[in-house]
Design a protein around this ligand. Structure first.
Ligand code: DHE
Length: 519
């Protein structure tokens, strides 16, 4: 205790770097000062990923030093070159590869013990406690102060604002009838929220460092994807009762982080990509004998299943030629379009045959998870921003050729459209122009307008209303706002103050798997 205190004092008094870099206690003090607020005091992860050997297998120590020194593109990780001496960077990089004194564990027992059922499923009234159209609501996630706002999608008046778990990440996922929404936090919490009653139904902690969650097309199951431990976790959606833990272990016996999991309703299955093993997993859920919900058209998957006869809840392994960090699907979930972060491009894999059918020449880290699709001259195309390149790539989804590369004012993170809108919105998320948003014409494939809603403030992430007539854009700042635009005239109509509104999620667009939004 005393050496650690001294070390912290030493940091505070800015002792020379060489003194601080000597010995584990000093390095731990450096870690606590500069890293712990994002990566956790015990390196188990928080807003940032866990920093343990098992999570760093694809990162060479020299690359880790570069990240500490210069930051990491497309993430919240800043560079520390101006605060740390070179030997401090080296000792911190060594520190994060050390085995922890106590191996972190989050298995069945911990998951079961964490479950909180506040309002058991079925115990709350079935009618919405508000007048708004329940299928045109938005959930706005406000990561500035860890809240979410339920917004009327016709009047754009907030209905209710509530606290969430710390650092939500990834899109909240709705049941097909739009009554319930599930949130996932970076530190592993899955929350089920009853929108009609504006109450949390149940919560459970699926892991220590989680990526995202997916909800089955019939709304009956929730799957969580973890970096730490290396696992997928399946829950019954009613009260988030634990059903199954899948250790993420490849055919070769090696274990892996899970990049992300998605629901593929037309296949009746979850699709997960592993980050450290060249495999994609498909896990089917049971086909319902009758629809379990009345309003969502995605309730019943196509039957019989295509391409495989894997039993329900069992893993079908699909070997792929590279790691998949980021990926996207075509509309009928026949293909996965994926890319590895370090790679020079992407690939297209047929999910039925398991064969790679095309390579995609997409340098500059395509952010495929933000991809969207539309019809262009009678063919379906998809578009993706790039995280390290000022460009948007547009790809023909029949020939899998890049038909256009649009130069933008900087690398972007999110893209959005709607089937009823002639435009695609693409933000500039990184660099000096991050206050800009491009509007792209879906037919000419040209940028027709560049908006700067508030000079100097990051403008990012769009979501349309159910009709494609209005849209919301975030001013991504602690004292930010969502801005309502007319989707046709591109005129600003209203600003609603919010605390770093990260994502906005419209019930109709999400439950109908609208082509212009993420799923
Ligand atoms: Fe995300 C979605 C991965 C950093 C904000 N992000 C996703 C999804 C994945 C992913 C796989 C899809 C999950 C889903 O919706 O179910 N994100 C990653 C990364 O690998 C990356 C680059 C590094 C990391 O730290 O994990 C990363 N993401 C960020 C950020 O730094 C962002 C900008 C701020 C934050 O909150 O962490 C960020 N990611 C988001 C948002 C979504 C998202 C708002 C949901 C987008 C949507 O509209 O669906």
């Amino acid at each position: 205790m005393i050496p650690r205190l001294l070390a912290l004092l030493a940091v505070a008094m800015l002792l020379p770097a060489a003194v601080l870099a000597e010995g584990g206690a000093d390095t731990e003090a450096l870690y606590q000062t500069h890293c712990a607020s994002c990566h956790g005091a015990d390196r188990l992860g928080g807003i940032g990923p866990a920093l343990l050997p098992g999570n760093l297998s694809r990162l060479k120590p020299a690359a880790a030093e570069a990240v500490i020194r210069d930051g990491r593109a497309a993430s919240q990780m800043p560079g520390f070159a101006d605060q740390l001496e070179e030997d401090q960077v080296t000792s911190l990089a060594e520190w994060i590869y050390r085995e922890p004194e106590v191996e972190p564990s989050w298995g069945r027992d911990e998951i079961l013990a964490s479950q909180l059922v506040h309002h058991p499923d079925g115990s709350l009234p079935d009618e919405p406690r508000f007048d708004a159209d329940p299928l045109n609501l938005f959930i706005v996630v406000e990561t500035g102060d860890h809240h979410a706002t339920l917004l009327d999608g016709d009047t754009f008046e907030p209905i209710h604002r509530f606290a969430t778990r710390y650092a939500l990440h990834g899109g909240p996922k709705y049941t097909p009838d739009g009554r319930y929404v599930f949130f996932g936090s970076r530190d592993g919490w899955v929350t089920k929220y009853d929108i009609y009653n504006m109450q949390v139904v149940a919560e459970v902690r699926a892991g220590i460092n989680m990526r995202n969650i997916a909800v089955s097309g019939d709304g009956r199951y929730v799957m969580a994807a973890n970096y730490l431990p290396h696992s997928l976790v399946l829950f019954d959606a009613h009260n988030l009762d634990l059903m199954k833990v899948y250790p993420a272990v490849g055919e070769n016996g090696e274990s892996s982080r899970v990049s992300a999991v998605y629901a593929a309703p037309p296949r009746g299955s979850f699709i997960a990509a592993l980050k450290d093993i060249e495999e994609v997993w498909e896990i089917p859920w049971p086909l319902p004998t009758e629809p379990v919900v009345s309003t969502g058209h995605m309730a019943t998957p196509l039957a019989p299943r295509r391409g495989h006869d894997t039993p329900n809840f069992r893993v079908r392994r699909i070997p792929v030629p590279d790691y998949l960090d980021d990926f996207f699907f075509d509309l009928d979930y026949a293909h996965v379009i994926g890319a590895s972060r370090g790679g020079q491009g992407g690939m297209v894999v047929n999910l039925d045959s398991g064969e790679k059918v095309a390579d995609l020449p997409l340098e500059g880290m395509p952010h495929l998870g933000s991809g969207i699709t539309w019809e262009h001259e009678g063919r379906r195309v998809m578009a993706t921003p790039h995280l390290t390149r000022a460009a948007v790539s547009i790809i023909d989804m029949t020939s899998w050729e890049v038909i256009k590369t649009l130069e933008t004012d900087g690398p972007g993170f999110f893209m959005r459209s709607h089937a009823n809108s002639p435009y695609v919105w693409a933000d500039v998320f990184f660099g000096p122009n991050r206050d800009r948003v491009h509007v792209i014409d879906k037919q000419s494939l040209e940028i027709v307008e560049t908006l700067i809603p508030e000079p100097g403030k990051t403008a990012a992430h769009v979501e349309f209303d159910r009709y494609g007539e209005k849209l919301l854009l975030s001013l991504w700042e602690d004292d930010g706002a969502v801005i309502v635009y007319d989707a046709e005239t591109l005129e600003e109509e209203k600003r609603i103050p919010m605390s770093k509104p990260s994502g906005k999620y419209n019930v109709w667009n999400k439950t109908r798997y609208e082509e212009g939004t993420s799923h």
